[in-house]
Design a protein around this ligand. Structure first.
Ligand code: FAD
Length: 393
């Protein structure tokens, strides 16, 4: 049962008229990564989400371990997985990766990120839309607790891209769908397991992510029209596990513009989720950091907002190629005859090829980026920021 921490009713006082220098909408991977880059900047940063930080897990929570280390959130790791297995109808392959995956505890990871966000404030609020353009450069964001405004606004609200118009609407939009169950598990597996079988899902894959005392077993379909509940239950049954504690969502498989109408978009809202693998946590960190650095450059007077938007969009565009390659593979792989796919998986399974292929894959959003400083930072400037009226931590 989900324990609801988000305040309701009388506790939800009005935030109408609240003003911040930076308003980050969405307090998951992308939003918290962006806010973390603003720690010590002296800016008034307000982060909002419809749920409390870490309240609602949004994925199987598997991420390359070097990224969790680089973000300072290794304490949230539940299990390290140095191997991957791939099962097809005609065989299986097991790879030792040049880096490992780790499954983590979502709430703990979010709390650890939030601890690094300095003086940022947080409020629960459901974002509804962006307001009408203003002549003073501020951007209005309409929420269920009133209209908030800031000159710098980030949409890290996930696939729906709420601050864009029109919103993405499945099944027409380029979105995949995923569903997983979280049964108890005392299984000491050391691999992230993948099934590529048309009998489970026509275009997509099944997964099992061991996470200490539980397993995250699910199915993702690249075709948004295909429902994934039945395949998820079937995979859990095959693995002799109960289909309990469901969690599902859409996730994008096409890169989108990272800026629109003076707003920054990071994470799933900008399509920052790799096609084929559906891996979107590391990329949400990566683009969230890039976005946060641009915001910081504006706060510190090194760029104006227009230049920061342009630089961030250019950074986004630099990544078109790997996203396009992954999308082409997403289309090709489900079409391969199973025997050919099995043969290919075995060829790729030679250690030198695994090292190269997975090394390339990690490099497309490398963990060193979390540590690299592209611009010199000035330590926290004295704040002449507008008051953050009504926004408590
Ligand atoms: C079943 C499933 C399993 C997955 N497993 C993995 C995995 O193991 N590894 C991996 O790398 N990727 C995985 N993904 C993809 C991954 O979950 C996403 O790419 C990732 O969560 C994107 O992060 P984000 O911060 O952009 O968005 P999200 O994590 O979706 O966060 C969006 C935030 O915005 C908030 N929000 C949304 N709408 C509103 C609103 N209107 N008002 C206020 N707040 C709002 C939400 O509450 C949430 O906190 C999985 C996806 C699915 C569906």
């Amino acid at each position: 049962m989900t324990v609801r921490a988000t305040s309701r009713g009388a506790q939800r006082t009005s935030l109408e008229g609240t003003r911040a220098e930076v308003l980050i909408c969405g307090a998951s991977f992308a939003g918290l990564a962006a806010a973390r880059e603003l720690a010590g900047s002296g800016a008034s940063v307000l982060v909002i989400d419809r749920y409390e930080i870490g309240e609602r897990q949004t994925s199987a929570c598997a991420c390359p371990t070097p990224w969790l280390d680089a973000m300072g959130v290794s304490d949230s790791i539940k299990q390290e997985l140095p191997f991957m297995t791939f099962t097809t109808p005609t065989g299986a392959a097991r790879y030792r990766l040049p880096w490992s995956w780790s499954s983590f505890d979502y709430r703990q990871l979010c709390e650890l990120l939030w601890e690094q966000c300095g003086d940022a404030c947080f409020e629960t609020a459901k974002v509804e839309s962006v307001g009408e353009p203003r002549s003073d450069g501020l951007i209005d964001v309409v929420t269920d607790r009133g209209t908030l405004s800031a000159p710098l606004v980030v949409d890290a609200l996930g696939w729906r891209r709420v601050l864009s118009s029109p919103h993405y609407q499945p099944p027409e939009a380029p979105l995949s769908r995923g569903l997983e169950v979280h049964p108890d598990h005392d299984y000491s597996g050391d691999a992230l397991d993948i099934w590529i079988e048309r009998s489970i899902v026509r275009r997509g894959y099944g997964w099992r992510v061991p996470a200490g005392d539980e397993a995250r077993i699910g199915v993702g379909s690249y075709d948004p029209n295909q429902h994934v509940k039945e395949p998820t239950v079937e995979l859990a049954e095959r693995l002799d596990r109960d289909a309990v504690a469901y969690q599902g969502n859409w996730f994008p498989h096409r890169l989108r513009a990272a800026t629109e109408d003076q707003i920054f978009f990071a994470g799933d809202s900008a399509g920052h989720c790799f096609p084929l693998s559906g891996e979107g946590i590391r990329t949400a960190f990566y683009f969230g950091i890039a976005c946060g650095r641009e915001l910081r450059a504006v706060i510190e007077g090194r760029r104006d907002r227009t230049a920061a938007l342009t630089a961030y969009e250019a950074f986004n565009s630099e990544h078109k190629r790997p996203f396009a390659i992954a999308l082409a593979l997403q289309r090709l792989i489900p079409a391969l005859p199973p025997r050919l796919l099995t043969a290919l998986l075995r060829v790729i399974g030679r250690q030198a090829i695994v090292d190269r292929a997975f090394g390339w894959y990690l490099d497309q959003a490398a963990p060193q980026f979390a540590e690299a400083q592209s611009d010199p930072r000035t330590p926290g400037r004295s704040s002449d920021a507008p008051a953050l009226a009504g926004a408590g931590r």
